[in-house]
Design a protein around this ligand. Structure first.
Ligand code: DQA
Length: 144
């Protein structure tokens, strides 16, 4: 099994960025945690972070025929991007939306998620553990 892990804008600044919301651990810490869990589950990962919407769309398109599942935290593009929604709909790869915080309990502008409509599950407010849960969801989904 091969899983693509996508992280959107400003998630490269984890640890530095608003630690009261996002914690003190870094993006590298997140990837190391995911890589270790994937190895234990006999899954390969490709991890990509970008601050650019089009790069994330390209990564989703390039996953067609290669990835069995996608874990995505689109960050701020969650609330603005029809392009990311359309990309996931186009490739039809099972996708789990993850957020470190729970956007539904934050500012009103964070309450809309465009990509949610194309995702098999959304996991919010569980920090790094949400990504691990997403990995297990995709493994179960692909084995079913
Ligand atoms: C986020 C929530 C978004 O509203 C925000 O723009 C982010 C991170 C989260 O992981 O909680 O950048 O996706």
């Amino acid at each position: 099994m091969h899983i693509l892990v996508l992280n959107g804008p400003n998630l490269n600044l984890l640890g530095l960025r608003e630690p009261e919301h996002y914690g003190t651990k870094s993006y590298a810490d997140l990837i190391a945690l995911l890589e270790a869990e994937a190895k234990a589950c006999d899954v390969t990962l490709e991890c990509f972070q970008s601050n650019h919407e089009g790069d994330l769309v390209d990564a989703i398109q390039n996953a067609y025929g290669k990835a069995d599942g996608i874990i995505i935290n689109p960050a701020a593009y969650t609330h603005t991007s029809v392009a990311l929604l359309d990309a996931v709909k186009a490739v039809q790869i099972p996708t789990v939306e993850v957020h470190l915080t729970d956007p539904d309990t934050r500012e009103n502008f964070r309450h809309i998620s465009y990509i949610r409509a194309a995702c098999i599950q959304t996991i919010c407010g569980k920090g790094f553990a949400g990504y691990i849960e997403a990995l297990h969801t995709l493994i179960k989904h692909c084995k079913a």
